[in-house]
Design a protein around this ligand. Structure first.
Ligand SMILES: [Zn+2]
Ligand SMILES: [Zn+2]
Length: 190
């Protein structure tokens, strides 16, 4: 067997079995452990497998890099005044293009979120999302995701805004299922 054939065989076993001991690979291939180590060296360097205390393991898929100025939920740009930040418990920060995506993302990873930060639609003031009021689908265009979600620090102001522009008003907890319901599995670009 050529080294390249042994390397292929080792990768195949790892794919099927997840992990493999060097001694086991040596036994199966009928070569010394030294030879196995020599074979896997380039594979480890190329990130095709990893060496662990228990032997060899299949390389994990690299985590897709988070693009800081793209919405974590829909991929749109987040350089707008509607952008929402999710601060995770592990201190990671995720950006959403608008409250629509911010709330849906929150719904998906709620246990991992320490804080959700929004901006008041009228004053631009930064507010904690859990305290905010959310107006869904008033008759104003944000040109972001549908159904549109507007954030208000003050329930009173939100109600006045609704009197003029329509839509339905929700608290934080109510807003997430309300958006999901309106999406109807059609995605946020309706
Ligand atoms: Zn988005
Ligand atoms: Zn959006």
């Amino acid at each position: 067997m050529l080294p390249v054939e042994r390397q292929q065989q080792i990768l195949t076993w790892l794919k099927e079995e997840g992990t493999l001991k060097v001694s086991e690979a040596s036994r199966r291939l009928g070569v010394s452990e030294m030879t196995v180590y020599r074979d896997i060296q380039p594979l480890a360097e190329q990130g095709k497998l990893i060496r662990t205390s228990k032997g060899l393991a299949q390389a994990k898929e690299p985590r897709p890099a988070v693009q800081p100025d793209h919405c974590v939920y829909c991929g749109k740009g987040t350089n707008t005044r509607f952008a929402v930040q999710l601060i995770r418990i592990d201190h990671g920060v995720e950006q959403a293009c608008c409250a629509h995506c911010g709330l849906l993302r929150y719904g998906a990873i709620a246990d991992e979120v320490a804080q959700i930060i929004c901006r008041d639609y009228l004053t631009d003031a930064t507010i904690g999302g859990r305290m905010a009021s959310f107006l869904i689908d008033p008759d104003v265009r944000l040109n972001c995701c549908e159904p549109q979600v507007f954030v208000f620090a003050s329930r009173k102001e939100a109600e006045r805004f609704r009197t003029g522009f329509g839509g339905k008003l929700f608290s934080f907890e109510e807003a997430i299922p309300a958006i999901q319901e309106r999406m109807d599995g059609t995605g946020c670009h309706g």
